[in-house]
Every structure is written in structure tokens, then in C-alpha cells.
Ligand binder design. Sequence first.
Ligand code: ATP
Ligand code: MG
Length: 569
Amino acid sequence: MPDNEQDNSNQTAKSDFIRQIVVDDLNTNKWNGRVHTRFPPEPNGYLHIGHAKSICLNFGIAAEFGGKCNLRFDDTNPEKEEQEYVNSIEEDVRWLGWDWEDRLFFASDYFEKMYEYAVQLVKAGRAYVCDLTAEQTREYRGTLSMPGKDSPWRNRSIEENLDLFTRMRKGEFPDGSRTLRAKVDMAHPNFNMRDPVMYRILHASHHRTGDNWCIYPMYDWAHGIEDSVEGITHSICTLEFENHRPLYDWFLDQLGVYHPQQIEFARLNLTYTVMSKRKLLKLVQDGLVDGWDDPRMPTISGMRRRGYSPASIRNFCKIIGINKFNSTIDFALLEHCVREDLNKTSPRVMAILRPLKVIIDNYPDGQVEQMDAVNNPEDPSAGTRKVPFSKELYIEQEDFMEVPPKKFFRLAPGREVRLRYAYFITCTSVVKDSSGKVVELHCTYDPATRGGDAPDGRKVKATLHWVSAAHSLPTQVRLYDHLFTKENPDDVPEGADFKANLNPNSQQLLTDCRVEPTLAKASPLGRYQFERLGYFCLDADSRDGKLVFNRTASLVDTWAKIQKSQNKD
Ligand code: ATP
Ligand code: MG
């Protein structure tokens, strides 16, 4: 397993209404003590954080109750589905830390079974071949206030239906010319029950079945059969499917087969992001992001590349819980979970994003000292490391001001500060370029303060991070902001779409950064805290000594701040 870390959270899954149903069913022995769930993605895009909620729920319940969870691809829509998506979904579920063992299934493996079941319904007079066009079918369906009208083809004989359906399968008819429909009730108050389409004709190649089929099952027809065949006990889906449940039940009852229970929960929505695969695909296709795994994307692969840990995503899913009402979660809560985990687990290092050269005039030329630096104050077992110190250093440009305002306590002419793990230094003079910009500082150091403390007890008001100029490694760093400027990206003026709310400043590339030499050993996706700057992760594409770090999160926990201010009120 590539990255299945310890769950650092102290949160255990809270019970919720779905877990309560599972407990009740175990108590009444409804499923003979079995708990069997599934995660059923359609391979038409990469998984996003909303899917993570569903994954953690389905695999989580199975794990907690000694049950099983299947990974099942709902691949009934050949035009939009691809093997690339299948591969990415498997990788993402595994990376999140879940294991489907030998239970990897594809809806397309059941196409023959579904066809047999459809024939069974035709023979029972419960399904018919309909020649209405898509548009006519819509017209006949009626409205919320008006019942639908029966299709003129509704009362075809069973023989004729069998003949036509067989020929549909054989490929005798063009796309869209006929459908197989369930014979339910055109006056039903629930639209989904007004003779829903079960099969459509589509001469399209499928990523698994090739050209074997030219009729494809519709979601509602297929899904219940998939659940039934696999012996699922609790078929968990999102709220939009609540009014599809009567149809799910109708199909399985008509077939008289094993019948799981469908249960709906509210999908995850997050501020400052979109969560529909259709919209995410649009961003990728239009080149508005750098692929599905762009670190700004709400995809699992984007978050992995951004430096989020699987444990933090699982913990987030636990904290938000499961309920029946749609709501939108603050993105800051997700980042809070990421910070909490990274704070415990990520090694500290020193890095400079915008270097300013510092020359220690009284430090011996050519001398190098190895300073002891703590790897993780949250984890003593992480130990210490050596960081080289020399006459020429870099500090952060923003840690120096020639004319410091009142509350600026960092370096300024004549002022003494501490260099972390090293010495006290005092700025003695500045060097400027022709435009008047400060490009170099001259300082002196106090050899008695080695390690960062003055034996005479004198204090300084600031501690700066630094790197040795000669020893540090050049790197690029990408800083990120929200992908959208609005909490709700779909909030747009008439005629515009969500892309109008894209944040033009969601990515900033810094090309002239420096990191301490220990990072030569960093492995792709390795996560670090750059002291005072935030959490960073080595980009997956860093290779051949060319380093690129992505900022995972800043150190400022806006969620914790919100909570604090709310507790004060
Ligand atoms: P999208 O609307 O993003 O295209 P989808 O529902 O079409 O997603 P599927 O591949 O069908 O995507 O989803 C697989 C499973 O994940 C389904 O059970 C679905 O209910 C669940 N799921 C999808 N989006 C969310 C979400 N935002 N929150 C929780 N569960 C979700
Ligand atoms: Mg779907």
C-alpha cells in the first residue's frame, strides 16, 4: 500500500443514522448478521473529496462492523468512460487507505444478466419496446401537475416486444430509434415511475466490452441489479436518489430477486470549489488547470499532489459526519484537518522563499559549523539534524526593514535578532542596487550565543530562519490560493457560468527559493514544515535534482480562529 499511514486522529467515527440502521439490522438479524456495502463510481472522471466522504462511509462501515465493501465500477455509459479513470479511481481508493481485497467488480460484467432480467420483465408484461423519440418521450411524460400520457406502443404484445428487443440487441435499429421501457404507471406522482427507460440503443464502443453491445442499460435499471447480484445489504447513495428509491424497489420486486436496502445521505459541498465531475472535466479540457491532479483541484489526486495526507482526509470525513440535509462545509475545516495532521507528522526544515543575502563580517572566511536543529518539536523521537552555518547566508526579504514601523521586531539596521539554532546577529549596514532596493545586509555575530542563547541573559525580540548560501539548494515553490474567488462558484450573473469565478491568482510561482541541504534526500510527495512559512510537499514531478515544492497550507489556521471567536461570543 503506497501511503497508508497511521490514523493520527483522536476522533472515532460518530454514530449516525446510517450506522444506527446497521446496528438495528444486526440486532434483528435482518441480513443474517452480514454487512456488505459498495462504493460504485462511474469511471467518467477522477474522484473528488465528495467521493472521499462516500468511500470513508462505505468502507468505514464495513470495517467497523466486520463486513465487506466492494469497489464496483458503474460503467454503463460508454461514451464518457475510460480506462484511465478506472486506474485513477483504484489508485485513489487505495491511497486513502481502503482495501477491496478480491472484490473488484464492473457493472459491464453483468450486462448479460441484466439482459436476461429485462427479457424476464418483457415476458411478464412489465416492459415494452417503445418507438417514441426522446423528445416525444419527454412530452408524453407530463408535468408535476399533469399526469403523463401512455405511449402508443405501450400495449404491444409480449411476442412483438420480445422480437423487437432481441433485434435491438442484434443491432438492427439505429441509435435513439427505440427504447425498452418499464410498464409502471404514466400517472404516477413520482416522475421516475412514469414508464422509465431501461435500455437505449447506442452503437458505441465500451472500454471493457468493446463492440459486444449496442444497447446499454440505464442507471436505475442497472444499479439495483448490480447491488442484488453482489449481495449488498446497505446500498448507500446521495440524496438525489431518494425519489429513485421507489423504482429501485419496483425493479427488484418485479424480478423477485435478492433486495438490498437503499439509504440516502447528504452529499458533501465545500466552499470555494465545485464538486461535479462534469465541471472539473471542463476545467481540465479547457486548460484552466494543469490536469486532474492540479494541486488546486478538489480531486483526491490533486490533494495528494498538494501534500494532503490520507489520514487528514479520513479525519475530515469523520468530523463532518453523515446527515440527511444538504449543507456546505467551510474549506477552512478541511485545511484545519490537514494542518493538525501535518503538525504532528511533518519534519521541520528551513527554507527561504524570497532570499536576501546576509554577510557576517566577523565570521571566519571558509568556516562551516554544523548546527543542531530539532526535527519535530511535536515528536521527540524524530530527533535532530545538522544544518550548516557559514559566513554568507540567506534570510527572508520580509524579515528585514530599513525603516521599521513600530510593531516590526525583526531585523533592521543596528538591531540584534536570533538566527534559529545558530547565533545572535546585529545588522551593521545595507547594500542597495541602483534602484535603491536593499540587496545585501552586513551583520556581525556574537560567538558567545552559539545555539541561540546569550550567556548574559540578554533578549532579542525575533528569531529568524535562514540557510547557508553556499550549502542551500535552489528550488521553485508554488503558492496556492482558492481556485474560485466566491464561496459559491455557481453564484454568477445571468449568462455566465462557474468559470467566471475562477481566481486569476490561485497559483503563484516563486523561482528563486532556497532550501536547506537535507532536502536533497526528499522523496516525491515528501511533506515538510518550512519553519514559519507553512507546510510544503515535494512535487511529484521533481526529478534529477530539480526541486519544486508545492505549498500545502499556510500555518495560519483560519478554522481554529473562527472557532475561537465563536466561543468568545
Ligand atoms: P458528480 O456529481 O461529481 O459527477 P457522481 O455522483 O456522478 O458525481 P459517481 O461516480 O456516480 O459520481 O459517484 C460514486 C459515489 O460517490 C456515488 O455513490 C455518489 O453518491 C457518491 N458521491 C458523489 N459525489 C459525492 C459528494 N459530493 N458527496 C458524497 N458522496 C458523493
Ligand atoms: Mg453518478
